[in-house]
Design a binder for this molecule. Structure first.
Ligand code: TYD
Length: 144
């Protein structure tokens, strides 16, 4: 039986490269260099209405880096025991979220863009969408 030991303290802010000149800034993100996984997918959340929250799930195997590419929002992480809240408001910081962590994204500023770099393609099977299933998964390594 697989038992996961995902911990919010395994998630951390990564200070991404920032190349600056008169014409503005560039932040490049390379898989296995700037983030500890190969990047297989990117997606972005935008036009998020004020007061909405997103997330509300965990992933079984997916690693992600979440970046406030524009504007700001909050990310609350939970590992079934401990919670940790991050305020993302700079495009050169990324929040690394390891597998097995419940996340919620809230308080999006108007016009914000949440960029997500992910270690794998989209698989609905990788999601744990109910907190009860999540707790069963991390405690028993299975849904029951
Ligand atoms: P979901 O990941 O639940 O969004 P959030 O956590 O931001 O609220 O995804 C919402 C919908 O979009 C869901 O029906 C699955 C679909 N989706 C894809 O088809 N491909 C993707 O890469 C992502 C992230 C979502």
């Amino acid at each position: 039986m697989i038992t996961l030991h995902a911990n919010v303290n395994d998630c951390r802010l990564i200070d991404l490269p920032k190349i600056q000149n008169r014409a503005g800034n560039i932040t490049p993100v390379q898989g296995m260099e700037d983030v500890p996984f190969e990047i297989k997918r990117i997606y972005y959340l935008y036009d998020t209405p004020g007061g909405e929250s997103r997330g509300g799930h965990a992933h079984k195997n997916l690693h992600q880096l979440i970046v406030a590419a524009s504007g700001s929002f909050e990310v609350t992480l939970n590992d079934g025991k401990e919670s940790k809240k991050f305020y993302l408001n700079h495009p050169y910081y990324g929040l690394l979220i390891v597998p097995g962590i419940w996340r919620e994204l809230q308080n999006f500023s108007s016009g914000s863009i949440c960029l997500v770099l992910a270690s794998d393609k989209y698989y609905e099977d990788d999601y744990l969408r109910h907190y009860k299933d999540y707790l069963n998964f991390i405690r028993n390594g299975k849904l029951n």
